[in-house]
Design a protein around this ligand. Structure first.
Ligand SMILES: *[C@@H]1O[C@H](CO)[C@@H](O)[C@H](O)[C@H]1NC(C)=O
Ligand SMILES: *[C@@H]1O[C@H](CO)[C@@H](O)[C@H](O)[C@H]1NC(C)=O
Ligand SMILES: *[C@@H]1O[C@H](CO)[C@@H](O)[C@H](O)[C@H]1NC(C)=O
Length: 363
């Protein structure tokens, strides 16, 4: 609880810092990436109607998974399907300061979900934003470097997911330049972690001083898994040069551009309607151009893509359950029809692990 209050204050403080970056932000000129242009599509090319691996969703985890699979075997043909647009060099994404634009209802990179009324919130219906663009939440979030506590992982009490099991992966993803120990931080990963290019030292110092007076000391590295109840000069998912470290710019785009991953492909502005099954084996997906993005397309335009080896659904905590339920995979066959009683679903698999009508988490 104390920690989340402090995190909230840290967000605020960071916004203050970021406003000041405005004057330091230059104008970006668009760079041409010929390799990437050959690999990112808005229409499904005939050559990609059958691939080895389909990844439904192009968010944070999907960018990482696609990249790691492609590294492991560059021969595998991989297709990432994202409903939102490409974020490559989009100045509002690359430049940390401009993140506030994603809170605007008109944002073309945010999906706003209307939650159901919550008794505990006086009946209010919260609006829950999520990433609606390549890179997902990592393209539109506040970029605060914030990691779970050791006890958060350990409390899962799940084999292979303890804090000690997770540390090698936490290290693998980052190139950390903040204060702290080598036992919990990594120095060779794709995500640059730094304080960013500007700090409002005066307000930061005053905040830290005030926090100390009410019993929250300054802790050099609050993200070392074993520290809590204190404040820190925030580190961020921002490179020392001042660029957002979203998973598309750190994992996916470099591989689309390096000529070494010729079979990694991305289809943007395209919705995944459902996973297609052969018995109980996923063998493809059904897609359509996202009508909110590709307004020039009319009429029936559903298409199918076959997966020779695997379909991975990685469409976020709010997107994945919907795709699964539309595909006939839900907690029970009955739940499939609750929200869309007239739809024609065929129950493929009853799986209690598919969340159904779960209230989204609120920080
Ligand atoms: C959002 O719209 C702006 C302005 O039209 C455009 O430059 C940008 O590429 C769009 N971004 C995405 C992710 O679609
Ligand atoms: C803030 O303090 C740090 C550490 O002393 C220093 O490196 C940095 O230049 C200061 N930033 C500003 C904007 O004064
Ligand atoms: C529709 O518009 C998109 C840009 O939003 C473009 O990439 C695509 O080629 C267009 N499709 C057709 C069939 O004209």
């Amino acid at each position: 609880m104390v920690r989340s209050v402090i995190l909230g204050l840290r967000y605020l403080l960071s916004c203050l810092n970021l406003t000041l970056i405005l004057s330091l932000t230059g104008v970006v000129s668009a760079t041409i990436h010929p390799q990437e242009e050959m690999r990112v599509f808005t229409q499904l090319p005939a050559t990609l109607q059958e691939v080895d691996v389909i990844i439904a969703g192009g968010g944070t985890a999907a960018c990482v998974i696609a990249s790691r699979i492609s590294d492991a075997d560059p021969q595998l043909s991989i297709l990432v399907v994202e409903q939102g647009g490409n974020n490559l060099d989009d100045p509002t994404i690359v430049h940390p300061l401009l993140f506030l634009s994603y809170l605007a209802p008109t944002s073309n990179a945010t999906l706003f979900h209307q939650a159901t009324a919550e008794e505990q919130l006086g009946g209010r219906e919260l609006v829950v934003p999520s990433g609606g663009v390549l890179g997902g939440g990592s393209s539109i979030n506040l970029m605060m470097y914030s990691r779970a506590q050791r006890t958060d992982f350990d409390n899962w009490a799940t084999n292979g997911w303890s804090a000690d099991d997770m540390i090698p992966y936490l290290k693998k993803l980052e190139t950390y330049s903040g204060p702290g120990s080598e036992t919990t931080h990594g120095f060779n990963g794709p995500e640059q972690i730094s304080g960013g290019t500007y700090r409002a030292n005066r307000s930061t110092d005053q905040f830290i001083e005030a926090a100390a007076k009410v019993g929250y000391p300054e802790i050099a590295d609050l993200q070392g898994l074993d520290f809590n109840n204190g404040v820190q000069r925030a580190q961020r998912f921002i490179s020392p040069e001042g660029k957002r470290q979203d998973a598309a710019h750190t994992y996916l785009h470099p591989r689309l551009q390096d000529g070494k991953h010729p079979n990694l492909n991305v289809l943007v502005e395209t919705q995944v309607l459902r996973v297609i099954f052969d018995g109980k084996k996923a063998c493809g997906i059904e897609i359509r151009p996202n009508p909110a993005k590709q307004t020039n397309i009319t009429g029936a335009s559903k298409q199918t893509i076959k997966a020779k080896k695997m379909v991975i659904v990685s469409a976020g905590a709010l997107g994945t359950p919907l795709i699964l339920e539309r595909s006939g995979v839900g907690p029970t066959p009955e739940t499939l029809f609750e929200s869309q009683p007239t739809a024609t679903f065929q129950s493929v698999l009853a799986s209690p692990s598919v969340p159904h009508n779960d209230p989204p988490h609120k920080d």
